[in-house]
Design a protein around this ligand. Structure first.
Ligand SMILES: [Zn+2]
Ligand SMILES: [Zn+2]
Length: 659
């Protein structure tokens, strides 16, 4: 018996070995095996197993040693195979990735902040709604089948209590649990929380970039012996072989952070769903603001839908909308409206706390008129035109280009009124210091969080009440619990709506609800002031009990302009150091895609090639092509055909790109 293997050390060649007699009767494909290589022993993945060589060789083949211990996960090979097909990757990639990761040294272990956690014992009395959900899910952990469920629980409704019950139940059935979160900092928080709140005997392991190498090794040992454990992380845990996986829990399931930022941009949520389906186990997707795609699938594929409509403590805030473009002459600073200023002064007088939120992801990507709020957009693609420094506006889906306008094309105001740069948190703090000289104000954005010690101090100060106002970006939207906050001010609510992606409205609303949800956690009266340039209909759904109505509103729009979840979208990115090369080849690729689509009678629409908003990074130029189709399999087939061609540029394929 012979095998073809690939070494996990990175060599691309395939090597042939003979199989030792004690392994000859086993199916070795997909297993890891130790082989002699030059003068050392290497670990290799078995790709093929066969009786005879097609072309005999003149030298004696060496014999493989023994199998590398590997968790007995029956569904693992199949899972990796299907995942590889979906992402147009070599299955080898996944083996190598987990392997390399187990060996990597910890880098940022000490650098992740740990917030003050609420202590809640396990025997907390569940609400009736919580009991119903737990009672529905626990029998399926016991006698498992594929059972995808979507858990819509408003902010502060106690989804975590449900997760804890499911975890304990799975462990009592001798099964392991995967708990996935969209960010490492959240995974760290959850690990600490569960270690504190679950019995000491429960084995909980983080598996992410902040996990120590020692902990990773211990985790691997536990996987080999099939101990029932809890594994918490972001992208990596779903790629682990787990013999006795009982349930997968995905919290903050709406978060685009589940899609990896670097290529291959694997979407962990999709991978987890695939895995649950193959392993025939339940999977729970939880969120206060479920993604449109999950709501759509729940509706069209009969997923189970559970909801928690009430907060554990406190009450929902009142929402007040204020337009930045109006009454400008009545206030000292453009970014703080009279309404917001009054509300802050009121909180200061009552010794209550305020959070001011500024999303800075979108700013400086587009142009907006401060007179009427108008933003130039691509009529064909329904996305904002991206502002480039050379004075042009470009659609990054279809490449439509126009010159930078000298006046607002809607209200005709001159160039002075066209806002090209947004506003930063530092600037906001400076304005507040002038308006409220005695207030204690701190900043919490990415720059401020780089110094972890100061950041931790800021969080502690805010939680203990020695700060009055916290001005922050996305960093303060998730995970933290600030009981004394009764006012949340959203400085520029529509900035992200203008981000040139099809799901801008969805992502914006989800984020705003998360931020607004910081108000009134412990008090019955709280306020959210929402400042915006334009009164976009998405703001009708800011009150989180109305969130599900947003689904119908947004789905109708997506149906008209043909975007996910009603159709499938895929992205092809080309990269090359020479701009001219990538530009020429992008056209060639698009031509091929169109021709193949016509020849094979596929129903694919090819968009682009277009320049992405950021189209040259570190001397590498990029172009993107988008594909739309009702059927994902057609997209995979089309890309597989394209992938057989040779290009000088490197091609990256992302099915279902989220941002
Ligand atoms: Zn366009
Ligand atoms: Zn205007």
């Amino acid at each position: 018996m012979l095998i073809n293997v690939r070494l996990l050390n990175g060599y691309k060649e395939i090597f042939t070995y003979t199989v030792p007699t004690e392994l000859a009767s086993e199916n070795l494909v997909g297993t890891l095996i130790k082989v002699p290589f030059q003068k050392r022993i290497e670990t290799a993945l078995v790709c093929e197993q066969f009786e005879h060589l097609k072309n005999p060789v003149s030298f004696a083949l060496r014999t493989a040693h023994s199998l590398e211990p590997f968790p007995q996960d029956t569904y693992y090979q199949q899972f990796i195979k299907q995942l590889s097909i979906y992402y147009a990757l070599d299955p080898f990639y996944f083996f190598k990735r987990v392997r390399i990761f187990l060996k990597e040294k910890e880098e940022i272990e000490q650098s992740v902040t740990s917030p003050i956690l609420e202590h809640r014992p396990l025997d907390v009395t569940l609400s009736e709604d919580q009991k119903i959900i737990v009672a529905a899910l626990t029998p399926i952990i016991e006698s498992p089948r594929y059972y995808p469920s979507l858990l819509h629980g408003v902010t502060g409704s106690g989804k975590t209590e449900i997760y804890k019950q499911l975890i304990m139940h799975a462990l009592s059935c001798n099964k392991s649990v995967l708990l996935l979160l969209p960010e490492v900092s959240l995974a760290v928080q959850f690990t600490q929380l569960l270690k504190k709140q679950l019995p000491e005997s429960v084995l909980i392991y983080g598996f992410h970039s902040a996990t120590s190498i020692k902990e990773k090794r211990t985790l691997w040992e536990q996987l080999l012996t099939a101990q029932p454990i809890v594994i918490i992380g972001v992208h990596l845990p779903v790629l682990l072989p787990i013999a006795n996986l009982g349930v997968i829990i995905i919290d903050e399931e709406h978060d685009v952070g589940f899609q990896e930022k670097k290529y291959p941009r694997i979407n962990t949520k999709e991978a987890a769903l695939l895995r649950a389906q193959l392993a025939k186990i339940p999977i729970v997707l939880g969120s206060a603001t479920p993604s449109l795609s999950s709501l759509y699938t729940a509706q069209t594929k009969n997923w189970h839908f559970f909801s928690l409509k009430h907060r554990f403590a406190g009450a929902f805030p009142t929402i007040q909308r204020v337009k930045l473009t109006e009454n400008k002459e009545q206030r000292a600073h453009f970014w703080i409206t009279k309404e917001l200023q009054t509300a802050i002064a009121d909180r200061l007088a009552k010794k209550e706390q305020t959070i001011l939120f500024l999303n800075r992801r979108g700013h400086s990507f587009f142009i907006q008129c401060t007179g009427c709020g108008f933003i130039p957009a691509c009529l064909q693609c329904s996305v904002t035109l991206t502002f480039h420094n050379n004075g042009t506006l470009i659609c990054h889906y279809c490449n439509f280009t126009q010159a930078e306008p000298t006046a607002c094309s809607s209200c005709k105001l001159g160039p002075k009124n066209l806002l090209k740069k947004g506003v930063g948190t530092q600037q906001i703090v400076a304005i507040l210091e002038k308006l409220f000289p005695t207030a204690r104000i701190a900043r919490a954005d990415l720059d401020a969080t780089v110094n972890k010690k100061n950041w931790q101090q800021t969080i502690n100060d805010f939680q203990s009440g020695t700060l009055d106002i916290l001005v922050g970006t996305q960093t303060i939207t998730k995970g933290y619990h600030f009981p004394k906050v009764t006012l949340v001010g959203i400085l520029w609510a529509d900035v992200n709506l203008s981000f040139p992606v099809y799901n801008a409205a969805e992502v914006t609303l989800q984020q705003l609800i998360q931020v607004a949800g910081r108000a009134g956690r412990q008090s019955t009266e709280s306020l959210v002031v929402v400042q915006c340039m334009l009164d976009h209909p998405v703001f009708n759904y800011l009150n989180e009990i109305d969130y599900l109505q947003f689904y119908n509103f947004e789905l109708e729009k997506r149906t008209i302009v043909r975007y996910p979840p009603v159709i499938r979208l895929a992205e092809i990115e080309l990269r090359h150091t020479q701009a001219a090369c990538v530009e020429k080849e992008a056209d060639k690729v698009a031509d091929f895609l169109i021709t193949y689509t016509l020849e094979k009678n596929l129903s694919v629409t090819v968009l682009g090639p277009a320049q992405p908003p950021v189209h040259r990074i570190k001397n590498v130029s990029m172009r993107k092509i988008y594909l739309k189709c009702p059927d994902i399999n057609q997209l995979l087939r089309l890309y597989a055909a394209l992938n057989k061609n040779n290009y000088q540029s490197t091609l990256f394929f992302t099915p279902n790109p989220l941002n």
